[in-house]
Write a protein that binds this ligand. Structure first.
Ligand SMILES: C[S@@+](CC[C@H](N)C(=O)[O-])C[C@H]1O[C@@H](n2cnc3c(N)ncnc32)[C@H](O)[C@@H]1O
Length: 247
């Protein structure tokens, strides 16, 4: 693709990245809603776990309309070349639609700029199709919604905040938990026992709260992390550790 001349564009085409918030349809912004009223094509990311369709479920609750669906395949792989190929294939599909003059939306849970596949597709388009029109519409990030539902500030005054995927590795997590006042541990479902053991070792288990499916009817919040040890945890879950303030 690089060095290739850009094919001509039909007017009116645009690619949108749209954050739909953490799951409560009422947290979809007005701007996201209005944009979704007029886009024609919706990217439907497919992976072996199919989590991404959660974003479409949020939209369907408040905007029951039909979209032309553009399936994009993102394998759950750690092989960078496999991933890069999937981002390029997705980018090519999106570019084809936008150049044909269509408005295309890529939905993400929470915000599109925080741990989302959208960022990779956007980067591919910017590099290979620089004249393609793009716009990113921010969404309410899941960790801010989790803090809001608990009604406990994440950080105040001079306090510091780290946001990390819990799958980071125990040593790095230990350093982060020691350095920062508050820590948001995303994607915690896959490594919960390790994280729990680390929190206990650092004497932080009572300073941590587990939140799953925040904003959904089956939202679950608990400060009793030990009770989760034998449970199958939902992908849409995180732990917020807050060292400062009352416990
Ligand atoms: C791929 S990241 C997406 C983050 C998203 N772009 C954002 O702005 O929050 C997925 C992780 O976000 C967190 N998450 C997303 N929605 C959530 C929710 N409703 N309740 C709890 N955690 C959520 C979980 O930690 C999940 O593993």
């Amino acid at each position: 693709m690089v060095g290739k001349q850009e094919p001509s564009l039909l007017a009116g085409g645009k690619f949108y990245g749209i954050g739909v918030g953490p799951g409560d349809p009422e947290l979809l912004t007005l701007k996201a809603y209005r944009t979704l009223e007029r886009v024609e094509v919706l990217c439907v990311p497919k992976s072996s776990t199919d989590k991404e369709s959660l974003a479409l479920a949020v939209v369907s609750k408040v905007l029951p309309r039909e979209f032309v669906q553009l399936e994009l395949h993102f394998p759950m792989s750690r092989d960078h070349s496999v991933l890069q190929r999937s981002w390029a294939e997705a980018g090519e599909k999106v570019a084809g639609e936008v150049m044909a003059g269509r408005q295309v939306a890529f939905l993400t849970i929470g915000d599109p700029m925080l741990y989302s596949t959208y960022g990779y597709v956007l980067r591919y388009l910017k590099k290979n199709y620089p004249s393609l029109e793009t716009e990113t519409i921010p969404g309410v990030v899941a960790f801010s919604a989790c803090a809001a539902y608990q009604q406990v500030p994440l950080v105040e005054g001079e306090e510091s905040l780290a946001v990390v995927p819990a799958v980071y590795g125990v040593e790095k997590l230990r350093d982060i938990l020691l350095c920062f006042d508050s820590v948001v541990l995303m994607k915690v479902n896959r490594c919960f026992p390790l994280v729990f053991a680390l929190l206990r070792e650092l004497g932080l288990e009572k300073r941590a709260v587990y939140v799953s499916r925040c904003g959904y009817p089956d939202q679950y919040i608990t400060g009793d992390l030990e009770s989760l040890l034998d449970r199958d945890l939902d992908y849409m879950s995180m732990i917020i550790v807050r060292k400062a303030g009352e416990s």
